[in-house]
Design a protein around this ligand. Structure first.
Ligand code: PAF
Length: 291
């Protein structure tokens, strides 16, 4: 595995059909599932590790974001990554960037309301990665369903020619969706309220419920009862990330909540026939040190 800190270095190291896994490090099995999704059909898998300041609306959150480069490099190597692109902030943004990529309507609701500017930062860095590395494919987790919709739209609108590969959410054995922020969870019972609420809503959809208000209410109430401070529970079109009143197309039911000092998000993808993608489950604890 080669570790580089510039776009030029990365492109020199990349050979053949390439796949990119963009990350902010602090790797877990969700990132490794993205590597696995690209590994078999790529000559070269590149992983970017870059904590992107543009997508943090709170400087305290940026400072606290977990960082573990040595461990990340070991995990990436073992997972079959060929090139790690880990630029310092000054290499990525030699000058404060004046350009922003705004994927307007798709960024407007849910996270767009609660984290203003977040998706502009994500879209800008992802556009830079696509332009600088020119991968054939790039893998993103369904855990960040709205981000996935933003990235798909940006890749299409700006003709990057990158195929976006979707990877199901990876969960711990008890249902908790993997996130680098999980290392900060103090109240696991409250954190589990998010997935529990989503699964109960998915059960209800399977039993025939189609009303967004009812599905959102089931998810939100369950999470609140467990002790999470719910910010939103929203049924949204999987492509546009806009709220829809009924489950009449492929959608995701998303939830965001504060649990103690951290903020968690999760979702399930629901089909109009009531089937759901609830993600995959680990047999044991996460490499992040879960329970
Ligand atoms: O999902 C993430 O980790 C980040 O938002 C991404 C896509 C790597 C961009 O910084």
């Amino acid at each position: 595995m080669i570790v580089v800190d510039s776009f030029t270095g990365a492109r020199q190291a990349m050979v053949g059909r390439s796949g990119l896994v963009p990350t902010m490090g602090s790797l877990h099995e969700g990132h490794l599932a993205c590597v696995a999704a690209l590994r078999s059909d790529s000559d070269c898998v590149v992983m970017s590790i870059f904590v992107n300041p543009l997508q943090f609306d709170d400087p305290g959150d940026l400072a606290r974001y977990p960082r573990s480069m040595e461990r990340d490099l070991e995990l990436a190597g073992a997972a079959g990554v060929d090139v790690v692109f880990a630029p310092p902030v000054e290499a990525m943004y030699p000058e404060p960037p004046l350009t922003r990529v705004v994927v307007s309507a798709v960024s407007a609701e849910m996270e767009g309301v609660h984290r203003p500017g977040h998706f502009d930062g994500v879209a800008t860095v992802v556009a830079k990665l696509f332009a600088g590395l020119r991968p054939d494919r790039a893998a993103f987790g369904r855990k960040d369903a709205q981000q996935l919709a933003v990235v798909k739209r940006l890749a299409a609108d700006l003709s990057f020619g990158v195929q976006i590969v979707e990877v199901p959410t990876v969960r711990e054995h008890d249902g908790l969706a993997l996130s680098s922020r999980n290392v900060f969870i103090e109240d696991r019972k409250a954190a589990l309220g998010l997935s529990r609420g989503l699964f109960l809503a998915a059960d209800s959809a399977r039993a025939g419920e189609r009303s967004a208000i009812t599905l959102e209410e089931i998810a939100g109430r369950t999470a609140s009862k467990a002790g999470a401070m719910v910010e939103y529970a929203t049924l949204a079109d999987v492509r546009t990330a806009r709220r829809i009143p009924a489950l009449d197309r492929t959608a995701f039911l998303a939830i965001a909540a504060r649990v103690g000092s951290i903020r968690l998000i999760d979702n399930v993808v629901l089909e109009p026939d009531g089937t759901a993608d609830r993600g995959t489950r680990l047999d044991g604890p996460s490499i992040l040190g879960g329970s």
